[in-house]
Each structure stands twice: as C-alpha cells, then as structure tokens.
Design a protein around this ligand. Structure first.
Ligand code: AMP
Ligand code: ZN
Ligand code: FE
Ligand code: FE
Length: 285
C-alpha cells in the first residue's frame, strides 16, 4: 500500500485541480492520498467526485499556525468540515490571506517591482492565496528565475523585504479545534529549516502533551540526519511518524508519492478519527 498524506491543489497553491490531482495520484500508483490545501477544504468535493477506482481519499487541510513568532503548519485529517469552531478559524486565516497578499504587493511595488493584485489574483484563481502565487508572479515578471528563488530575504521569505505576516493560529488552539472537530493533528515538516525558523524540541513535547497525534518526518525539506533525529523524538513522545510528498504540481519539484506513510500509521490515523472517514474511490467519475 502506498500512502501520501500531504498534497495541494488549485484550492490553495498547487497547480493541479483536485480532479487532476486524484487522477495523477492513481496514475502514480498511490492507494491513498490526502488532499491538504492551506486553510481550506474547498477542493474536497471535486476530488471525491473524480476519485478513480482503487484510490482512497483522506480529507484534510494544512493549517497555518504560529508560536513564539515562529510560523509552523499543522496537518489536520478526517475532521468534520462543517464543525463551526474549526470552520470559523479556517475562514479567519484564509480571509486574512487577501489583505496580506495585497500588503506584499505594495511592498514589492515600493521595491520597484510592477506586480499587481490583478496578476496575483489571476494566478491564484479561486484558491486560498499565498506566497507561492506571488512568487509565480515574480517569475512571470522575470524578477526571479523560479518560485523557490522568491523565498529569500530579498523577497518573500519569512522576515524578507516584501514579507507580510498573516493571521496564524496558536498550535495548541489548532490541536484543540482539530480534536473538537473529530480530526487527527500532525505537525507538518517540523524541522524544515530552509523555510525559516523552526520550533525547539521542547515545543514538540508540549504539543504532544496537548494531544498532538504525530509528526511528519519523511519530507523533502528534512535531510537524513534530521529524519533520524525526528524519528527519535517521535519514539520518545509516542507520536505517529508520517511521510509525504507535499506535492504542489509544477510549483514545486517533488512528485506524488516521493515519500510515503506506513500503512499501520495510516490505519491508526483512521482509527483515531471520529469526524469524517476516508472515501474509497467509486470509479468511473
Ligand atoms: P504562505 O502560506 O502564503 O505563507 O506560503 C507558504 C508556502 O510557501 C509553503 O506552504 C510552501 O509551499 C511555500 N514555501 C515556503 N518556503 C519555501 C521555500 N523556501 N521554497 C519554496 N517554497 C516555499
Ligand atoms: Zn503550499
Ligand atoms: Fe507546509
Ligand atoms: Fe504543504
């Protein structure tokens, strides 16, 4: 069984529609794929409708969090998408992305870059707007050669010249909300140092004590030593270990199924979920 528990579609900053994403997941030989767009579940319905025979969809989202000034991401799986408290928090974070993107555009204009909101809005479409969309605009304008090159202190990296913070949820609150909505909480790429500051091990321990279910260990932004260290932490704290591609279509270099999650861990995630349940492919749609 091949299980990839972290992907993005055009519902946030991926480049494949949810329907394309599930078709590609099946073609890549995956048995289970989670759709985890940033701060939104709006891609789920389309993914379910297009689900190929033999592929199971884990509904999810990747929630933007911040603690002690450090941004971090919390993967939420199999929660009830209509549970009001978590829904309200997702909407708060997602809606704040719009004025925040406009703020980054203003900063870029002040730096002499002629990017416009119309351009970024066209790239984002109806997806939850984020820095990768602004980065794609910078590529279009020949300011940087690739999306990744926009994530430097010169441009959009945390604390960079054109960076603007958005509202982000306290991770303890996020865990409480995810559990309250029947879901399972996994700390995404907890040691992805190339994305900026990361939280200390003591914070992971505190989150574990607060009900965190697992940590994402096998991820392209973790080198071999980091993975070994994280596996050790997970063992000490009795946390589940997941692996995933964090696929973003053509906006990132990783491929579907590049890293995967152990079937036993997947089974435990589904056992712990009391909200929604995985959706097996109906086929043909
Ligand atoms: P946002 O949620 O709008 O702050 O954007 C965060 C997203 O930008 C992450 O989920 C990644 O997809 C992407 N990102 C963050 N850091 C980098 C980086 N160093 N290189 C490429 N993409 C990045
Ligand atoms: Zn993303
Ligand atoms: Fe992330
Ligand atoms: Fe992600």
């Amino acid at each position: 069984m091949r299980i990839d528990l972290h992907t993005h579609s055009t519902a946030s900053d991926g480049t494949d529609t949810p329907a394309e994403l599930v078709r590609k997941a099946a073609a890549a030989g995956l048995d289970v794929v989670a759709l985890t767009d940033h701060d939104t579940t709006r891609g789920h319905a389309e993914a379910v409708a297009a689900l190929p025979e033999g592929l199971t969809l884990v509904t999810g989202a990747e929630l933007s969090c911040r603690i002690d000034g450090v941004s971090m991401h919390m993967l939420a799986y199999l929660f009830d998408p209509e549970e009001p408290a978590l829904l309200a928090e997702r909407e708060l974070v997602r809606d704040d992305r719009v004025p925040r993107a406009r703020g980054m555009i203003e900063k870029l204009n002040a730096l002499g870059v002629p990017v416009t909101w119309e351009q970024v809005a066209r790239i984002a479409g109806d997806g939850s707007v984020g820095r990768p969309h602004v980065a794609s605009a910078l590529v279009e304008l020949d300011v940087v050669p690739t999306v990744g090159d926009a994530f430097t202190k010169d441009w959009l990296a945390d604390g960079g010249r054109a960076y603007v913070e958005k509202h982000e949820t306290d991770p303890f609150e996020a865990i409480r909300l995810i559990k309250g909505a029947g879901g399972v909480a996994v700390f995404a790429h907890p040691a992805a140092v190339k994305r900026g500051r990361t939280v200390p091990e003591s914070t992971i321990a505190e989150l574990a004590a607060a009900g965190l279910d697992g940590i994402e260990v096998d991820h392209m932004d973790h080198d071999a030593d980091t993975r070994t260290r994280l596996r050790g932490i997970a063992g000490e704290l009795d946390l589940l270990v997941t692996g995933s591609s964090d696929y973003h279509g053509s906006r990132k270099t990783c491929v579907l199924g590049e890293y995967t999650t152990d079937p036993e861990v997947y089974g435990e995630i589904t056992r712990r979920a009391f909200g929604a349940f995985p959706v097996p492919g109906a086929g043909g749609a």
